[in-house]
Design a protein around this ligand. Sequence first.
Ligand SMILES: CCCCCCCCCCCCCCCC(=O)SCCNC(=O)CCNC(=O)[C@H](O)C(C)(C)COP(=O)(O)OP(=O)(O)OC[C@H]1O[C@@H](n2cnc3c(N)ncnc32)[C@H](O)[C@@H]1OP(=O)(O)O
Length: 158
Amino acid sequence: MNKPQRDVTLRFLAEPQDVNFGGKVHGGAVMKWIDLAAYACAAGWSGRYCVTAYAGGIRFVAPIHVGSLVEVEAKVIYTGNSSMHIALEVNACDPKSLNRRLTTHCIVIMVAVDQNGQSEQVPQWIPKTEADKKQHASAVKLMEMRKQIGEEMQIFVE
Ligand SMILES: CCCCCCCCCCCCCCCC(=O)SCCNC(=O)CCNC(=O)[C@H](O)C(C)(C)COP(=O)(O)OP(=O)(O)OC[C@H]1O[C@@H](n2cnc3c(N)ncnc32)[C@H](O)[C@@H]1OP(=O)(O)O
């Protein structure tokens, strides 16, 4: 296997088929792009097939217009035994003016699985730069917060 790749960026044009009733790109389309980028990032890091275990903290900061050049950036910010925590950012711009702006961001957790859907070990990512260390620490903090949210939400799934 090649050296694990920490990040990936998908680049494409928002097409008319992605539009919602308000004339902007549908939130569901953005979430699909995010899932695809998270998968490509996790697969590139682990060299394995991966599934989405969690997606959260999504914030739609600004709408995306049809015809925009969209960039979905995904990067590993934490690895567990089989999980990869991935920070995603979606930026868009008019391809004529290249006035790039943030439209959406969130966190996705992907898990590497074998052919039977059992979780498999992934290479560990070790933060090196100050920015990496901050993001890693934030991922650990978010894990704790999700545990509390999960416990609170238990009444809705029983
Ligand atoms: C076949 C080849 C075709 C190739 C073709 C290519 C196709 C190219 C197109 C691809 C396009 C994009 C594809 C996207 C991928 C889908 O869209 S997948 C569809 C949506 N996702 C699913 O269906 C996943 C359903 N869930 C599961 O299967 C299981 O819950 C999981 C995720 C495997 C975990 O199972 P589990 O029994 O909890 O496993 P366990 O070993 O206890 O935990 C594993 C890890 O998951 C973590 N975890 C589990 N649940 C959670 C949670 N809710 N929150 C956070 N972490 C969690 C644990 O903390 C643990 O982390 P580590 O400590 O190991 O780091």
